[in-house]
Structure formats: C-alpha cells, structure tokens
Ligand binder design. Sequence first.
Ligand code: AMP
Ligand code: MG
Length: 404
Amino acid sequence: MPTHGLITPRLAEEMIGSRLKLRPIESLPLTRCGGGVLREDICAERDQPPFDRVAMDGIAGDSDNWRRGQRRLKLQGVQAAGAPQTTLARKDHVIEVMTGAIMPVGCDCVVPVEQIDVDDGYATLKPSAVLTPFHNVHRRGSDAQRGSLLLACGAHLRAPEIAIAASAGKTQLRISCQPAVAVVSTGDELVEPGEPIADFQVRRSNAYAIVASLLQRGLNRITDRHIRDDESELTQQLALLLHTHDILILSGGVSMGRFDFVPRVLKQLGVEEVFHRIAQRPGAPMWFGTGPQGQAVFGLPGNPVSTLTCLIRYVMPAIAVSMGMPGGVSERLALAAPVTIDSPRTYFLPVCIEHDESGRSWATARPTNGSGDFLSLAGTDGFVELPPGPNTYPRGFLSTGYRW
Ligand code: AMP
Ligand code: MG
C-alpha cells in the first residue's frame, strides 16, 4: 500500500473534529466581541428605523400641497437629528430637515437642498424636485420590526454584525469562549531571537509563526513556552500546561529521533493518542491526542514548513469549528500552470493567489526547497492540497486551498 496504512488528511481532520467539543459561552463587552462567534439570538429592540427618518438634508413638507402647484414655501423652522418632533403649522410651510431627523408631523416628503432655491425666508422647489409621498424618507420599521430576529446564534461577529448588535442596544454579548492555547517549542537547538547563537543552533522561529497565526485569527489567550529535549523537564512542564490550557500546540519532537520524547511523555500524562502520522507531505509525523479534561493536543513536526502547513490545515480549522464558526476555512483554487509532483501521498504545495481580468483566482506554485525551507514561503498566500499521485496536475486543476 503506497501510504503504508497511514490515515488520510480527511480522516485526520474528522478524527480531530469529532473530539473537539463546542467551546463554552462567555459574556463580553461589545467592544471585545469583534471576530467572535455569537451564541445567542439578537432581536430588534425597536422598529428599524425607529421613526420615519429623514434621509437627505433638505426641506420637508406636505407633498400633496406641492403637487397641487404650491412651489414657493415659507421656511418655518428646523428639525435637526436628535431633536424632538416638530409640527408643520401650515400646508404652505416647509421645515428645514437634516439627515437622521424624525419627520415633522404633517410632512411626508423631503426635497434635498440641491433641488430648492432659498431667498428671504422662502424655499422654491426646482422643476427637478420629486414630489411623491415618502420620497427621501426611510420609513419606520421598513428594515425590521421590533422583536424580529436580527442575528442568529452562530453568527460570525464582523463589523456589520457588531453594528447591528449595538443598534439592538446590547452592551454585552454571549459569545464562544476563547480557548487558552499553549504554544510549545521543543528542541535543545533552539535559540530565542536576540540571544547570542552558535553555529550549531537555530532560531526558535516556529513559535512566533504560530502565535502570529493565532493572533491574526483573534485568538489571544496564548502562553508561549520553550522546553528542552529532556524527558523529565518535558513531563513536568507539559503536566502544568495541560492543567491550565484547553489546547496545546507543540512543534518538534514527534518524529523518530532519539530525543523525540513528545508522544511518549504525553501518553504518560494521560493524553490519549488519537493518531500519529498522516499520509501527507510535508508533515507526515503529525501527532494528535486528547487530554483527561478534553484538552486537544497537537504535536506538529518541527520542520518549519511542516509546522505551518499542519497548523493551517488541521489546528486552525479545528479551533474555528470548536468556536462554532460557520462554514469552512478552505476555498477552491485552480492551478495557474501544470504541476508535476511524484508523491504517493497528499501533497501540500505553497502557492501565490492571483486574480485574472475576469476576477477568477489562480494558484501559482511556489515550491520550497524541502520542509526545512520556510524562507521560500515569504510572500506566498497559503497552499493547495493536491491528492495523491504520482501525477501531473493540469492548468485549471481545482484543489482545496488554505490561506496562511
Ligand atoms: P523535530 O521535529 O524536533 O525533529 O525538528 C525538525 C527540524 O525542525 C529540526 O531541524 C529542528 O531544528 C527544526 N525545528 C524544530 N522546532 C523548531 C522551531 N520552533 N523553530 C525553528 N525550527 C525548529
Ligand atoms: Mg527536535
């Protein structure tokens, strides 16, 4: 069997998904809810708009009277936004009105400033003025009725949804509680940026990428730890992190090397192995398990391209699903040029995504010099998932794409 009995990426994703529970709910101030997932229904506090709303700066009056021929009208007063409703005293009067004001009593039409001439306290309607009832009036309840559903549980709270929640008078929202995530780098060779470094050492770069990726998705309950390739230190530190976090994202230490202690240590700490190794390149040694309190533990291979690929392919979608995020995070992408990859396993190919004149997205291959070469990822948008070959994938070949 070409994949040596390893599970497929699809199965790995399903195995992770079936073990991650929906996150609990927390109530947060509206200002902190952007990017979150709503876990309650939001209904309209009042009709929307709550009153017949002036939609243009201009004058308001009685359109019936205007249509009968009255074009020169006395300016009676001003109706500003936020001011209580005034009343038109006579049919041959008009009231100067501002966008957002309540329509004065006795008025049913707004003529914009551009369509009137004003002199000596009188407004004269230009021939271009439209004189039909409720022209330039945003009618009360025309967008939503009081009590009607504005946002359903599960809504992704982006800018429009936050505005809608604010319009409903909400100061706090019930949203999916963010997981506490521990990002753990393992390896004696890793040195912090800024610290002196020897020839035989490498910079601890994976953790910075993982943290950036979490923050980019609005996940900010993060602990970042570096643990040496020492079994007892690893045991001690991971025990503590398991106690205090919902998700552990480890990089390194899951392969076949003498110092790859991670799977063994996790098992000793009661983390049940769900799978180890996936039929994919890069990232075959990926490990996943669940802790005694349902913690999700992702053991990502340390090679930086593998780490990032596995993070985006498995960890981020799993977190999104557990937050109750609607829809998938992947997209369909067509290859811009033929690609030949001789792999009996699913292949994750870094790409740049470009748009042609008709707006169609095309993925251009940006292969790396192996799974250690993350420098080639600079400027790429993500990767596509190519099904097992050996195969030449023609131009236009549609595959699933993931963005960094
Ligand atoms: P490992 O999975 O621990 O066998 O590591 C595989 C390769 O990835 C080795 O060359 C490590 O030095 C490198 N590596 C592991 N962790 C990191 C990290 N946090 N940042 C950069 N490189 C890493
Ligand atoms: Mg290592």
